[in-house]
Design a protein around this ligand. Structure first.
Ligand code: DSN
Length: 429
């Protein structure tokens, strides 16, 4: 009865595939899977359950996923130089909630980055954190808006004695001063949680701060922004065993039942890719972000963080108030197949959330498909032609993007070469 509708859904999926392969994708929280990882979607694991830990499951039939999950956990501990890894949360928010649910008691004071300062919705009073406490205080910022004011934060920690301070954010240009506040936090037994969702790949690629070595109690993250995917969540820590056991129970049974075994298997593949190619990828991503910021600045855009070199991550933030709003600019770019998101900037009141001054740009996906500094220059030109000169650039965007169709920093090429018959074999036939 609904076969026609199923066909329509299939067609929409095909349209999405074709469309986004020909767009310049600059959403800072996304990335693409390699073909090798992507082709593992829909395996038998997509049908199965495996609650509990490898070797101690509540279900039978889990021996192969046990092996995969053990490999993944071990590799994450090596990559992030830590004692514990939890891989069962199915998203970054789910990972945050696993921790909040076991650590933040009702009424506990927690310090966070505010939403305009880039704090993630799950750190918000209205988000996951707010389910456990409403005593949420914003971390004070320096005048530029992109750095913690360490002196004021220290004062607040001394006064308010928070149980937890949540660092890491969604608008994330510069490292957090973990080491600078670690001593005062220790004095008042304030634990530091670091949400590494955006910068996980930069940390694993050894091109950004190392939160667990600098004093963070634990690090949570989603796995698909600057890391290679799939879309899941993780928790990493060096905390004491008995404390870790509590957090572990926050992940299961606290915030998940089954943990989506097909994307877990993909994550194991992606992690091997990251172990081999991640350092180069992280370096190239940051270089590209700096190049794009510099070029946009040269074209007259109000690129944020200029006095600090624009960015140390995959992100670039631009104040586009001169062109009405981030909402207007992001829609104009979307019509031209340049996809990014509007974003509040630190100076804005919360009421601006649906017409903010800013746009946020991430270069991690275009870096993964092989773009370098020169291509960042071309992207800056296209944005300028579209927004400042008010030109239609969609055809040029599609033509330019069509040249970057392979996922680099992966084993895809090796697999393609292996599946081609050797030249001599071809000649024989
Ligand atoms: N809200 C997402 C982002 O774009 O940063 C992360 O969950």
């Amino acid at each position: 009865m609904y076969e026609k509708e199923v066909t329509e859904v299939e067609q929409l999926i095909q349209k999405q595939n074709q469309w986004r392969d020909n767009c310049i994708n600059l959403i800072a929280s996304e990335n693409v899977l390699s073909q090798r990882a992507r082709s593992q979607a829909g395996s038998d694991f997509a049908h199965r359950y495996a609650e509990g830990h490898p070797g101690e499951r509540y279900y039978r039939g889990t021996s192969f996923i046990d092996d995969i999950e053990n490999q993944l956990k071990t590799n994450l501990k090596i990559l992030f130089e830590c004692d514990h890894s939890e891989v069962r949360p199915i998203s970054g928010t789910n990972a945050n909630e696993a921790f909040f649910s076991r650590f933040v008691n009702p009424g506990a004071v927690v310090m966070v980055n505010s939403t305009p300062a880039g704090g993630h919705i799950s750190h918000h009073r209205e988000g996951s954190l707010g389910k456990f406490t409403k005593n949420v205080i914003d971390i004070p910022l320096t005048a530029d808006g992109y750095h913690m004011d360490v002196a004021k934060t220290t004062y607040l920690i001394e006064k308010a004695r928070p149980k937890l301070i949540v660092l890491g954010k969604s608008l994330f240009l510069f490292p957090e001063p973990i080491a600078e506040i670690a001593e005062v936090c220790q004095r008042y037994n304030t634990k530091i949680m670091y949400d590494a969702a955006h910068v996980l790949g930069l940390i694993a690629g050894k091109r950004f701060q190392r939160p667990l070595l600098e004093g963070a109690y634990l690090m949570t993250a989603s796995t698909h922004k600057t890391y290679f995917g799939s879309q899941r969540g993780i928790i990493l820590s060096n905390m004491e065993e008995d404390q870790w056991r509590r957090i572990d129970r926050g992940a299961f049974p606290g915030s998940s039942s089954n943990h989506h075994l097909d994307t877990l298997a993909q994550m194991a593949v992606c992690t091997y890719e990251f172990m081999e190619f991640g350092e180069q990828y992280a370096a190239d991503t940051i270089k590209n972000a700096k190049a794009l910021a510099t070029e946009l600045d040269r074209h007259g855009f109000d690129v944020q963080g200029k006095e600090f070199g624009f960015t140390e991550t995959h992100q670039v933030a631009v104040n586009v108030r001169d062109f009405r709003s981030g909402e207007k600019v992001s829609k104009t770019l979307e019509i031209n197949d340049i996809i990014l998101n509007m974003n509040m900037l630190p100076h804005e009141p919360l009421k601006n959330h649906d017409r903010p001054d800013g746009i946020r740009i991430g270069v991690q996906e275009m870096t993964r498909v092989g773009m370098g500094e020169q291509e960042m220059g071309r992207i800056a030109e296209l944005i300028k032609e579209c927004i400042v000169d008010k030109k239609t650039v969609i055809e040029e965007v599609n033509r330019f993007r069509s040249k970057y169709q392979e996922v680099r920093y992966s084993y895809d090429k090796i697999k393609q070469e292996k599946s081609q018959p050797a030249k001599s074999e071809e000649l024989k036939n």
